[in-house]
Design a protein. Structure first.
Length: 102
């Protein structure tokens, strides 16, 4: 199982656009019900920074999220929306309580 966190900061005039892209990803996930994938997006208190957390059980260690058309659309223009580019880090669980499901 792989867990990843991605953090970035959006330009102030592009926040609503970014949220529309994110909403489209979640809508596609609800339709597809991708097995073994858990995903959450959070907006930080500054209103510009976003954190995405993904957990997946892909056998080839690829990220099934990146195969979704809505996610591809989100990612295709992320650099032009960003004030600070995405930084991805692997998460190594020390402990959690119901965070990634039972």
């Amino acid at each position: 199982m792989r867990r990843l966190m991605v953090r970035y900061k959006i330009k102030a005039d592009r926040v609503a656009e970014n949220e529309r892209y994110v909403a489209a990803v979640f809508e596609e996930l609800r339709r597809n019900q991708t097995p073994g994938l858990r995903y959450a997006t959070f907006k930080l208190a500054d209103g510009l920074s976003f954190v995405h957390i993904v957990s997946h059980e892909s056998p080839n260690n690829g990220n099934p999220l990146s195969e979704l058309p809505a996610f591809k659309a989100f990612a295709s223009t992320i650099e032009e929306r960003c004030e600070e580019l995405p930084v991805a880090v692997d998460l190594l669980e020390v402990g959690s309580y119901r965070f990634f499901g039972e």
